[in-house]
Design a protein around this ligand. Structure first.
Ligand code: GAL
Length: 669
């Protein structure tokens, strides 16, 4: 039986990527002592060490790693041990060039950076399996081993491969999916532009084409690559499960990462972990918060680990801004508030060589224990130790936003009425409104369990697979409130139109049909009128014909003036609302506030602007996080009559609390 994460790590995990193979042995002991001082209890080791573990084919040298693990264990630091497969050694591609991934133009990638492997290469898969077996057998009984970190950020640099072996694998994958070539022809709509296939080996990759690709083919290529990379993960997982059945396994995800369907992946992971690098220039903490909420939702609310973030600045943007004093700590607490049971960094010690030597770290080049960065790290590490009983605590959302990776792929394919629609931007737009009101939000798949929610939003859900509409109908029938936004319910899982009037599968639920789409030019805006108030809209206007629904906002201008822009339909015991345009934040805020009020869904506390309030609930306690993103102190009124324990200050508070700028309070009641 796999151990639960909170059994393995009963308190919040704190640490980072540790690359001792880049340092002389005499630094290792110093590292371990500093880690102890900084409150580090977990480090990720060996992520990029294949070439020093297996120096030649089949010749393994684990002696250095043995010593590293022993030192860490002696200093009370647990290990998230990487399988070291993220960057294959030079001898492998020299001996077996077929392991190299190939670009669209047919040119193979080369050794000299990282992740240059083809996920479909059988030789690569074999080499991976051999290494993982050796690692697992070597360390299965090591007391420092807490969990397995499989590979690293799958697909990060390379999520497509155009090698001959990948092409054969693609054809096999298609055969499995469609069984007969005739079926594939139908599912890809190949009578269009004379694309019919007689034989499987006539099928090519959807690249190097004179003009538009076949969208069904492209979608399947994306599914195929997701599955190919996922298989690679599962190969490793299987070996690890066999040799170390009780040790949790995972890989680390990324934010805003389109190529991999993380909802599917999370089902094969014991813990969701991910890497977060918001640009300090961006100044939109809601985006950062949304990433956390999405990651927490991938395993039905099970807490996640933030496996990588940076203390100060990255090195891979055009200009790499440094987080200002307190910001790293504040953002780390936002992570914890939203379900993070682990706060980790890339990396422990700032590198002295290689492409990432200017990337920030927990211990900077100066090696100065009084440096600002190390001091902040140490403060946070030691504070996190005080949060007893928090690990494992859950969120409390009554609102969910539908999120779907395949929809993301399909809706952003070329050839659309508007070709600069961004799925993420649509999702962010709705999420922002909840975030600013401090309303907790989960994310769900279109066929996910909606029963625990009162309010569900499905932004731009272009693709609805067979039967998914029933989930939404059931939710609304049972009293739920649903918002669906424009360009939803348009295609099936093959990216073929659902005939029968847009949005055919949602037509009876929404009580309307969309007769036409009227996308807007870049500088074009329109106005909608709702309850006598005017709001601007842009990007898109649906020309809606009401059936059972009623208009709650109408367009003011253009040839479709006075026609419905936003509608409501009472359905069963609930309501479905359709937003047929891209409204201003002001309109969305008003619409969403009205619904929340009606449903009596409230923030845990009233708070000034830019103050994030989040709750996590454990068996017997509620943890209340108050995060002040402002440059000035704020005072927040607490619930009348409740006595709170301030975890970080170690004292009781009642009535109200003042939180300094860029600071946090964690209250327990
Ligand atoms: C991540 C990666 C790390 C490191 C880091 C730098 O994408 O997993 O190995 O490269 O970025 O920000």
């Amino acid at each position: 039986m796999v151990k639960r994460i909170d059994e393995v790590m009963p308190s919040i995990a704190f640490g980072g990527d540790y690359n001792p193979e880049q340092w002389d042995e005499n630094v290792w002991l110093e590292d371990a002592k500093l880690m102890q001082e900084a409150g580090v209890n977990l480090v990720s080791v060996a992520i990029f060490s294949w070439s020093v573990l297996e120096r030649e084919e089949g010749k393994f040298d684990f002696s250095w790693l043995d010593r590293v693990l022993d030192i860490l264990h002696e200093h009370g630091v647990g290990v998230s041990l990487a399988t070291a497969t993220a960057s294959p050694p030079a001898w492998l591609s020299k001996e077996y060039p077929e392991v190299l991934a190939v670009q669209e133009n047919g040119v193979p990638y080369q050794i000299g950076s990282r992740q240059h492997y083809s996920p479909n290469s059988k030789r690569f898969r074999y080499a991976v399996k051999q290494l993982v077996k050796e690692m697992a057998n070597r360390y299965k009984n090591h007391p420092a081993l807490k969990m397995w970190h499989i590979n690293n950020e799958y697909g990060c640099h390379l999520a497509e491969c155009y090698s001959d072996e990948s092409l054969s694998a693609f054809r096999e994958w298609l055969k499995n999916r469609y069984q007969t070539i005739e079926n594939l022809n139908q599912k890809w709509g190949t009578n269009f532009w004379s694309q019919r296939y007689n034989e499987w080996d006539e099928i090519q990759f959807p690249v190097n084409l004179p003009t538009f690709y076949n969208p069904s083919q492209k979608l399947d290529y994306k599914r195929f690559m997701n599955d190919a990379i996922f298989d690679l993960y599962k190969i490793e997982k299987e070996v690890l499960r066999e040799i170390t059945p009780d040790i949790p396994v995972f890989t680390n995800f990324m934010y805003e990462f389109k190529p991999l369907n993380y909802f599917g992946w999370a089902k094969e992971m014991d813990l969701v972990t991910w890497d977060s690098y918001p640009d300090p220039r961006e100044g939109k903490p809601y985006r950062h918060a949304m990433h956390h909420d999405l990651m927490r939702s991938l395993k039905n609310g099970q807490p996640f680990y933030l496996m990588e973030q940076v203390t100060s600045h990255v090195n891979w943007r055009d200009i790499n801004l440094t987080k200002k004093p307190g910001e790293m700590r504040l953002w780390s607490y936002s992570t914890v508030a939203r379900g993070g049971d682990g706060v980790m960094y890339f990396q422990w010690r700032q590198g002295k060589a290689g492409a990432e030597k200017f990337h920030g770290a927990m211990v900077p080049h100066s090696n100065d224990p009084n440096s600002r960065v190390y001091q902040e790290v140490k403060q946070l590490g030691n504070e996190l130790k005080q949060l007893n009983g928090l690990a494992g605590a859950r969120g409390t959302a009554k609102v969910a936003i539908v999120f779907d990776w395949e929809n993301w792929w399909a809706v952003e394919h070329e050839g659309k009425p508007h070709n600069r629609l961004s799925y993420l931007d649509q999702v962010y737009q709705y999420y922002r409104s909840f975030y600013e009101k401090n309303i907790a939000v989960d994310f769900v798949e279109p066929n996910g369990n909606l029963a625990d929610y009162q309010f569900v939003v499905a932004p731009m859900l272009y693709m609805i697979r067979d039967g998914e509409e029933n989930n939404f109908e059931q939710f609304v029938k049972n009293g739920g409130t649903l918002i669906v936004s424009f360009f939803s319910g348009i295609v099936d899982e093959q990216d073929h139109i659902h005939l029968g009037g847009y949005p055919a599968p949602l037509r009876s639920l929404l009580g309307l049909t969309v007769e036409e789409f009227a996308p807007m030019a870049d500088d074009e805006i329109n106005t909608i009128v709702a309850n006598g108030e005017k709001f601007t809209v842009d990007t898109w206007a649906d020309i809606i014909k009401l059936e059972e629904a009623k208009a709650i906002a109408t367009y003011k201008e253009n040839w479709y003036q006075d026609k419905p822009a936003v509608t409501i339909h009472r359905y069963g015991q609930g309501s479905s609302i359709y937003v047929g345009t891209n409204p201003s934040d002001e309109y969305l805020d008003q619409l969403i506030s009205g619904i929340l009020q009606q449903l009596e869904v409230r923030a845990p506390l009233e708070a000034p602007k830019n103050v994030e309030i989040v709750e996590r609930v454990a068996n017997d306690k509620t943890f209340l996080f108050i995060l002040n993103h402002n440059n000035d102190p704020v005072t927040v009124a607490l619930e009348e009559g409740t006595v709170y324990q301030d975890c970080l200050q170690g004292k009781q508070v009642t009535q109200s609390i003042t939180v300094q700028n860029t600071d946090v309070a964690i209250l327990v009641c």
